[in-house]
Design a protein around this ligand. Structure first.
Ligand code: PEP
Ligand code: MG
Length: 757
């Protein structure tokens, strides 16, 4: 069964049109369950009727021609109740309705399973049989499994088909749903980037220069042939002659007279090399997969492997010559830090990632760069988006493909309003940040990429509350040397001198894996992460701290921050290493003070240990992004649970308050450097709690400053008192919205009123 499912899911994912996908499903399910009929009804997104979309066994002439009202017939019953219906005598069921012309008259047994995607009923998968019998428990389980697995792929195929045919099936006012990653509206041309060679994810594109594409294909082919010959030679003594002969088979698959010539033919007809390769290879893979003989079926894997190798070379070639459109919307399954780095900043106007969620590190980078982003848009027909006009609504987490003129004008107006607002706020740059009744609130900035520096200075940040050193490590192909690091850190310290710059030691693991130091774990956020890695690799930690201390020579504005501390022992071990570095660097002749050391409070155990940790260091800094995920047991990187990731959850708020009390009790300062610090809606609460500094991405500094300057500390305290005892994030948000609206600051919160944070 798993094999059948795997085959269906793969074929559906690779289908060009929704009809192809549905026809394949009904064909395969009927065969697997040995029933007389298999049918799919899908709900029309506009009028909500259930449309007869594909069948094996009933009258195909009626496909697309006939539909049922939302709760009509047995199919409507299944959708309305959202549960499976299994009948041996369908015609006697009160909801049964005979539709003339479908050919259902002779089928007594009926079983229908709802197809539900993200709580939304998409349609019904039905099997029917003429013999009057109840389908068995096993058959019920099979149908439920198929429909549950297929819901996501059908939703995806629905959009892919709609995009290919030029019409968008989804309600244009809704767009394709993702999670807000970085605020703002981006309008531009989509460019899909596949990070790893994936034959199924190659868009169809017309070749700019056929001869050049043909040359590129032949060159890639030659390189794969060379690779195979080298491998074959290396294994000559280890394989039997029969096994060794397989390599010749591989070489002939790509031969000019077989698939190679088909690919060349498509290129000559105008398709670009990657598209031609993927189309030909997928056709042959499917062909092999359907073969009866298991030996031949397994050859599908070889064909896929060969195709992938050729594609890798073609993509390498393309990356070096890619022409980015003026307004690029970068689309990828997973937008990595290095993919972001490839697009010239002045051309990048939006980001769409299929994976990730609001607090993934991709989102944080995008926010730092001020580029609107939507993440977790898993239904997006990404491989068909190339060259399409796309609007990224980073406020509400929506993506619109080829929106019509009226919608486009609406978005353009929003872009203009945002620009006007930025200009209006620019004059606040040199103002002191304090509430209207005089409470000082220093606004610091989070940095990572080089571009952050200038934006932070332009926006009037008073210091750096979090420099994510790992970003520079992510953009390289090896660990940076101590001297390379010293220079990087010096740039940060000099740019802000004499304002404080808080440098966090390497925080890798979780969703940040270095390409040259991969960490593969089942549960990476609970695994080898942050200080756990660097304490196990003191050579990496020592080089980094030494580089920081050397960079601080003659400046004295460095602060060092330790990530993911979950015990006092980890802190003490780190302090021993830092002291050792300081002695060594001083002995080398550098004159720099011993810097203030801080601990990030981002793990629940650290909340309870906050007082003991604070006693041993100079300051605390709360990482609310991780603290939220660990307190609520909600993966910050998973769009499926984005609604549950609530930084304003009462449990998180009471932890924040407890940390401030612990830090101040020990006579130490405490800052907040998670994303909530830059959320204008949450800022009044944080002020009332007593945080000494708020550190946020550069983009949000002016907005937060405006909110701070407008409100009074007294009102902030009233809001904090009001939320005591509340039990949901929604209630807390309602209090904060009321406060913001009272001050007419709504335009600083463009997302849906009760939207996610
Ligand atoms: C945090 O966890 O809140 C934080 C600031 O660190 P990062 O987002 O880099 O994990
Ligand atoms: Mg963190």
């Amino acid at each position: 069964m798993i094999e059948t499912l795997r085959k269906i899911v793969q074929a559906v994912n690779e289908a060009d049109t929704l009809d192809d996908a549905l026809n394949f499903i009904v064909h395969e399910v009927r065969a697997a369950m040995q029933t007389d009929v298999c049918t799919i009804y899908l709900r029309d997104q506009g009028n909500r009727r259930l449309v007869f979309r594909a069948t094996e066994g009933l009258n195909k002439d009626k496909v697309g021609q006939f539909s049922l009202a939302a709760s009509e017939g047995l199919v409507g019953w299944v959708v309305a109740r959202g549960e499976l219906l299994n009948l041996d005598d369908a015609m006697n069921h009160p909801s049964f309705q005979l539709v003339p012309g479908l050919g259902e008259e002779t089928f007594n047994s009926f079983m229908g399973a709802p197809i539900i995607h993200q709580r939304d009923p998409l349609g019904v998968l039905v099997v029917q049989q003429s013999a009057a019998r109840r389908f068995s428990d096993d058959e019920e389980a099979f149908l439920i499994t198929v429909s549950a697995q297929l819901a996501g792929v059908i939703a995806h195929a629905e959009l892919t088909g709609a995009v290919s045919s030029g019409e968008i099936a989804r309600d244009d006012a809704t767009g394709i749903v993702g999670v807000p990653g970085s605020p703002g509206i981006g309008i531009g041309t989509a460019v899909f980037v596949s990070p790893t060679a994936d034959l199924s994810a190659v868009p169809s594109r017309s070749a700019d220069n056929r001869k050049q594409e043909l040359r590129a294909f032949r060159a890639a082919l030659a390189r794969v042939r060379d690779d195979i010959e080298v491998v074959a030679e290396n294994l000559r003594d280890e394989l039997s002659p029969e096994d060794h002969a397989l390599f010749n088979v591989y070489l002939t698959i790509l031969d000019d007279s077989t698939m190679g010539s088909e690919v060349a033919g498509l290129i000559k007809a105008g398709e670009w090399a990657q598209g031609a390769l993927s189309q030909v290879m997928i056709k042959h893979i499917r062909h092999f997969e359907r073969m009866e003989h298991s030996y031949l079926r397994e050859r599908a894997v070889d064909v896929r492997d060969l195709g992938t190798r050729v594609l890798t070379y073609l993509q390498d070639e393309e990356r070096s010559i890619r022409d980015w459109p003026e307004n690029t919307i970068l689309v990828a399954e997973e937008v990595t830090a290095s993919a972001l780095g490839e697009v010239p900043r002045e051309r990048l106007v939006g980001i769409v990632s299929l994976r990730g969620s609001s607090n993934s590190h991709t989102a944080i980078l995008a926010r730092g760069m001020g580029v609107p982003a939507v993440l977790g848009a898993s239904d997006l027909p990404y491989s068909r988006l190339d060259d399409k006009t796309v609007v990224v609504d980073g406020y509400n987490g929506r993506v619109y493909i080829n929106p019509h003129a009226q919608a486009l004008r609406r978005f353009e107006k929003l872009v203009n309003e945002d620009e006007a607002l930025s200009e209006e706020l620019a004059i606040l740059r040199d103002d002191l940040c304090q509430t209207s009744d005089g409470r000082r609130v220093p606004l610091w900035v989070n940095t990572g990429i080089a571009a952050d520096l200038q934006r932070a200075l332009d926006n009037g940040a008073e210091g750096v509350g979090l420099y994510r050193t790992e970003v520079a490590f992510l953009l390289r192909d090896r660990f940076p040397s101590e001297e390379e690091q010293r220079q990087l850190y010096r740039d940060q310290l000099e740019a802000f001198a004499s304002a404080p710059v808080t440098m966090r030691t390497l925080d890798i693991g979780g969703d940040k894996s270095l390409p040259y130091f991969p960490i593969k774990e089942d549960n990476p956020f609970l695994g080898w992460r942050g200080v756990r890695v660097t304490l196990d690799h003191p050579e990496i930690f020592l080089a980094q701290v030494r580089a920081m201390l050397k960079a601080n020579e003659g400046l004295g504005n460095l602060r060092i921050l330790l990530p993911m501390i979950s015990s006092v022992e980890e802190l003490e071990e780190s302090l021993v290493l830092i002291k050792r570095c300081h002695e060594e660097v001083s002995a080398e002749g550098y004159t720099q003070p011993f810097p203030p050391i801080g601990v990030m409070i981002e793990v629940p155990s650290a909340v309870y240990l906050a007082a003991s940790l604070a006693e041993r260091v100079d300051f605390l800094s709360v990482g609310s992004n991780d603290l939220t995920q660990y307190l609520l047991a909600v993966d910050r990187n998973n769009a499926r649970v984005a609604d549950l990731y609530q930084a304003l959850h009462p449990a998180v708020l009471s932890a924040l308050q407890a940390i401030v009390v612990a830090a101040h009790g020990a006579g130490k300062t405490v800052s907040l450097c998670g994303e909530i610090a830059g959320d204008p809606r949450s800022v009044p609460l944080l002020i009332a709690m007593g945080f000494d500094q708020l550190s946020m991405n550069a983009t949000n500094v002016p907005r937060v400053k405006k909110v701070v300057q407008t409100i009074t500390e007294e009102d902030a305290h009233t809001a904090l008192r009001k939320i005591q005892g509340m039990h949901s994030a929604g209630q807390v948000m309602a209090v904060l919205d009321e406060l913001i609206e009272g001050y007419q600051l709504e335009r600083f919160i463009r997302s849906n009123k009760r939207g996610r944070q």
